[in-house]
Design a protein around this ligand. Structure first.
Ligand SMILES: Cc1cc2nc3c(=O)[nH]c(=O)nc-3n(C[C@H](O)[C@H](O)[C@H](O)COP(=O)(O)OP(=O)(O)OC[C@H]3O[C@@H](n4cnc5c(N)ncnc54)[C@H](O)[C@@H]3O)c2cc1C
Length: 387
């Protein structure tokens, strides 16, 4: 494991305290109210995000963000991952693909989002295009100085909170990303489906019907939309791995504490090897996932690293950490017994919530495709040796 600097240890202590003392106490209210939190509590979390300098974490300082390194972001997200109900998503950063924004877009979108005055949401997935985003049918057609966008998007996370969307659409020159303000005529939220988890934010279905945006709202170059999305996915995959490590650590702590005090047949259940082995396997797998995750974060921070190899390492970290966390949650439910099946129990909530980490930002199968493709091209040593 990498040795953290004093500043990184201080950052971790700051986020850990925030998570323990201010975020975890909100979980039950969110769970029992189907993901809703009192507005004043949400407002307080928002204020604390800024006070604790956790806003705009992945965006460089010159664009208004905090410019944390990948290792630092991993430290932050690992701690935030200990909280259920997606409360971590109230500590938001604009997507890293926004570094492609021009000066005008930085002023209108990126800087205000970093400062917590605006909120973004990403509209890539469609009914017919998920793992294969190149299959999207949303079209943007040039009309003079404007673009006319038509299409439906699914699963748009934080769509209810956002005041603008980054929309991926096909153009004559390939796939591109567009800033679309929520208030633009023709933007219609047409469904807010219920999901397996009880999440603090909605995942919406949104229709873009003859939505007119100026050419000034194209993010990056036309035709480079998929590349930008890919870079953004890499960062999000690493952060999923980090949060899964945090979730597993909390589950192991809570299940261990319970096992030490729960007495059956006259002894704490922690005396039974069946229980010890579940805890031992969980800790071992967490150690492996955490080592991989911080190693991949360090590789991201290495300016000389081959980005294709980093991409594969991040996929390995996301694949392993998300599957590990699901196994740990399953064992934790088992250790808690009937209590583990109650919504008031952290293991029950994580058991449902961690499932999506094997699906979003590229399913486990897609991560395996990325890893295998890189292995076939570059060989084993390139991936496990230093680079
Ligand atoms: C809660 C939630 C929030 C989300 N938030 C957002 C968001 O904010 N913005 C956004 O744009 N999207 C979002 N998504 C969408 C998410 O990224 C997609 O669900 C994901 O990429 C998978 O796409 P799909 O659901 O269409 O599944 P599909 O691509 O249809 O896959 C179905 C199954 O087939 C497998 N499969 C597909 N292709 C292959 C292959 N080549 N080889 C082997 N197996 C394959 C998959 O692994 C999966 O098991 C969200 C999804 C969820 C569930």
């Amino acid at each position: 494991m990498i040795p953290f600097s004093d500043a990184q240890n201080a950052l971790r202590a700051r986020v850990r305290k925030f998570t323990r003392e201010e975020l975890i106490p909100l979980e039950l209210e969110a769970e029992m109210a189907n993901g809703k939190l009192a507005p004043e509590k949400r407002h307080r979390v928002h204020e604390r995000m800024i006070e604790l300098e956790l806003n705009g974490m992945c965006i460089p300082r010159e664009l208004g963000g905090r410019g944390y390194s990948y290792v630092e972001q991993t430290i932050i997200e690992e701690e935030l991952g200990k909280v259920t109900n997606g409360i971590w998503d109230l500590i938001y950063s604009p997507a890293v693909c926004l570094v492609a924004a021009n000066e005008d877009q930085v002023a209108r979108y990126v800087r205000p989002t970093c400062e917590g005055r605006r909120r973004d949401a990403y509209a890539i997935t469609e009914e017919g295009a998920g793992s294969d985003p190149s299959a999207i049918e949303t079209r943007a057609v040039r009309e003079g100085d404007d673009w006319l966008i038509n299409g439906d998007k699914w699963h748009v996370t934080s769509g209810n909170e956002a005041d603008y969307f980054v929309v991926q659409a096909q153009t004559e020159n390939g796939i591109a990303l567009f800033f679309v303000d929520k208030e633009t005529a023709g933007v219609k939220i047409y469904d807010a489906p219920r999901y397996m988890h009880t999440f603090i934010l909605e995942h919406l279905k949104i229709r873009f019907e003859n939505v007119r945006v100026p050419n000034a709202n194209v993010l990056g170059e036309l035709g480079r939309g998929l590349d930008l999305t890919k870079e953004w996915f890499r960062r999000e995959r690493l952060m999923i791995a980090a949060r899964c490590c945090g979730a597993a650590a909390r589950l192991i702590d809570e299940a261990t504490a319970f096992a030490k005090t729960r007495v059956q047949f006259g002894q704490p259940i922690s005396d039974y090897q069946a229980i010890q082995f579940m805890l031992a396997d969980s800790l071992t797998e967490l150690y492996a996932a955490r080592s991989m995750t911080y190693d991949a974060a360090q590789a991201e921070d290495d300016v000389n690293a081959d980005k294709k190899l980093v991409h594969a390492r991040v996929s390995m970290a996301k694949l392993y950490a998300s599957e590990m966390a699901n196994r740990v949650a399953d064992r934790a439910v088992q250790i808690f017994g009937g209590r583990g099946y109650m919504r008031e129990n952290v293991a029950e909530r994580f058991f449902r919530e961690l499932r999506v980490d094997r699906i979003w930002e590229g399913t486990s199968e897609i991560q395996r495709i990325v890893i295998a493709g890189s292995l076939l091209k570059r060989g084993t040593e390139a991936h496990i040796g230093d680079f």
